[in-house]
Design a protein around this ligand. Structure first.
Ligand code: TRP
Length: 459
C-alpha cells in the first residue's frame, strides 16, 4: 500500500513538468555564478574532471535515491524519512536527516538570495547603459559600490525573497510548475547566444583549454572536496529539495530516466556557462580565480564592448535571475511543506514564517561583504567574505555531502531490496538496477567518506 500514498500538496501535471522543475532547481546560480569561479580558483581542467566524475558516480545515483524516497514517502523530508524508516523497521531517528535538509535549505537560501539580489540589481544597471563602453575599472567600481553598501544589498535581497515566496505560496501547480515552464527555455537560448559571442570575440581556445586540460598538480584534497560539494550543490542534492519534488512525481514515471535528463541538462548548462565566460575573461586579461565577483565583474565588460550589448547584457541578468528564482523555490519548499504538514499551518502562513526567517539570516551575508568581512583560508584559498564564505562551506562542503551519504546509506542498506525495486520500477536482474545499487551501497558512501576525511587531513 505504501506506493498509493498521495501528497497533500498535489502532483506535477506530467513527467515533463517534473523534469522541468527539477532542472529548474538544478540550474541556478551554481551553474552560472559559482561553477566558473570555483573552477577558476581551483585551476580549471583537473577540477572540472573531478566534478564530472562526481556527477556521474555520486550525483546521478543519489538523485535517483532521493527522488525514490520522496515519491515513496509523499511528505516533507522530515516525515518522509520517519515514515519510510518505520515501514522498513528502522530507527525513526532517520527523521533527523530530513531535519538537517530543511535546515540546509534555509541556510543556503539565506545567502543565495543575496547573490540573486546582485543579479537583480544588474538588470537595472545594464538596462540603464551603465556598462556601455566601460573598462574593467568602471565595472569593478560598480561591483565594489554594490557590495560595500549594506542598504542596497538588503533592498535587493528583500525583493528576491518576496519574489521567491510569492511563487511558493501559490503551490505546486500554479506556483512552481507555472514558473519553471517559462523560465527555463529562455535561459538556455541566451546561454547559447553568449557562447556564440565568446566563440566569435573571445579567446575561445584559451577558454576551452582552461576548462578541459587537466593539470593535476593544481589539485589538492580540499579542491576535490569542493568539486564533490559542488556536484551536490548544482544538482540540488542532499537536503530534500529533490526529495520533495519527487513527492509530487506521478506513479510509473521512470526515476532513472528523469534523473539522467536532469543531470545532463544541468551539466550542459554549467559547461556552456564556462565556455561563455572564460573566453571573455581571457580576452580581457582578467584573472580566472578572482572569486565570487567573477561573473559580475567580467561579463559586463564584454557587454559594454559588444554590439547590442545593452540588450544582451540585460537579458543575461534577467536569465540569471530566472535561473536563481527557479532554484530558490526548491530551497524553501521542504521547510514550507514541513511547516504545513507538521505544524498544520496554511501554505501562506508557512511561507511568511520561513520567508522572514530566511530574510533575517540573509542579513549575515549582506554584512559579510562589508562591515563584518574577515579573512580565513580554506583548501589553500584566501577567503575574504567571512561568514558568507563559512555558510557556503558549511552547507555545500559539509551538510550536503553528509546528507547525500545518509540518503545513500538509507536507500542502499536500510531499505529492503524489494522496496527500492518496487519504487524504481525495475527488476532485480536489470543491469541498471544492479549498477545503481552497487553505486549507492559502496561507491558513493566510500567516496564521500574518503574525500571528507582527506580534506580535513585525517586520512
Ligand atoms: N542547484 C542550484 C544551483 O545550482 C541551487 C539549489 C537549489 C540547491 N536547490 C538546492 C543546492 C538544494 C543544494 C540543495 O544554483
Amino acid at each position: 500500500m505504501a506506493t498509493k500514498r498521495q501528497s497533500v500538496h498535489g502532483q506535477w501535471s506530467s513527467r515533463w513538468a517534473f523534469v522541468l522543475a527539477a532542472t529548474g532547481s538544478a540550474v541556478g546560480l551554481g551553474n552560472i555564478w559559482k561553477f566558473p569561479y570555483i573552477a577558476g580558483e581551483n585551476g580549471g581542467g583537473a577540477f572540472v574532471l573531478v566534478y564530472l566524475v562526481c556527477i556521474c558516480l555520486i550525483g546521478v545515483p543519489i538523485m535517483m535515491a532521493e527522488i525514490m524516497l520522496g515519491r515513496r514517502g509523499r511528505q516533507n523530508p522530515v516525515m518522509t524519512m520517519e515514515t519510510l524508516a518505520k515501514e522498513e523497521g528502522r530507527s525513526t531517528h532517520w527523521r533527523l536527516l530530513g531535519l538537517m535538509g530543511v535546515l540546509a535549505g534555509f541556510f543556503i537560501l539565506s545567502y543565495y538570495s543575496v547573490i540573486a539580489g546582485w543579479a537583480l540589481s544588474y538588470i537595472f544597471q545594464s538596462a540603464s547603459g551603465a556598462f556601455v563602453g566601460s573598462s574593467a575599472e568602471t565595472v569593478g567600481k560598480i561591483f565594489g559600490d554594490l557590495v560595500s553598501t549594506p542598504e542596497t544589498l538588503l533592498l535587493w535581497h528583500t525583493l528576491f525573497m518576496v519574489m521567491t515566496m510569492l511563487v511558493v505560496a501559490r503551490g505546486v501547480r500554479s506556483g512552481l510548475e507555472k514558473a519553471v515552464t517559462w523560465l527555463m527555455p529562455g535561459l538556455f537560448l541566451i546561454l547559447v547566444l553568449l557562447v556564440g559571442y565568446a566563440m566569435a570575440e573571445g579567446s575561445f581556445a584559451e577558454g576551452v583549454n582552461f576548462l578541459f586540460s587537466a593539470d593535476f598538480s593544481k589539485l589538492n584534497w580540499g579542491s576535490v572536496l569542493i568539486a564533490m560539494g559542488h556536484a551536490f550543490f548544482t544538482l540540488s542534492l542532499g537536503m530534500g529539495a529533490i526529495m520533495i519534488y519527487g513527492s509530487y512525481l506521478p506513479e510509473k514515471v521512470s526515476i532513472a530516466k528523469t534523473s539522467f535528463m536532469v543531470a545532463a541538462a544541468d551539466t550542459t548548462v554549467a559547461l556552456l556557462a564556462g565556455l561563455a565566460i572564460f573566453p571573455i575573461v581571457f580576452v580581457n586579461d582578467l584573472a580566472p580565480g578572482s572569486g565570487p565577483g567573477l561573473v559580475f565583474q567580467t561579463l559586463p565588460i564584454a557587454f559594454g564592448q559588444m554590439p547590442g550589448g545593452l540588450i544582451v547584457g540585460t537579458l543575461f541578468f534577467v536569465m540569471l535571475v530566472f535561473a536563481a528564482w527557479s532554484s530558490s523555490i526548491s530551497l524553501i519548499e521542504p521547510a514550507v511543506t514541513w511547516l504545513v504538514e507538521k505544524k498544520t499551518m496554511t501554505r501562506g502562513k508557512a511561507c511568511v514564517v520561513s520567508g522572514i526567517a530566511t530574510w533575517l539570516l540573509g542579513i549575515v551575508t549582506v554584512l559579510s561583504f562589508n562591515k563584518w568581512s574577515f579573512e580565513f583560508t580554506f583548501a589553500g584559498h584566501k577567503k575574504t567574505e567571512g561568514l558568507f564564505d563559512m555558510l557556503d562551506i558549511l552547507t555545500a562542503n559539509i551538510m550536503l555531502p553528509l546528507g547525500g551519504l545518509l540518503i545513500a546509506i538509507f536507500a542502499g542498506w536500510q531499505m529492503a531490496k524489494t522496496s527500492s525495486i518496487d519504487e524504481l520500477g525495475m527488476e532485480s536482474t536489470d543491469l541498471s538496477y544492479r549498477m545503481w545499487r552497487f553505486l549507492v551501497r559502496y561507491v558513493t558512501p566510500v567516496a564521500v567518506i574518503i574525500i571528507m576525511l582527506k580534506a580535513i587531513g585525517i586520512l
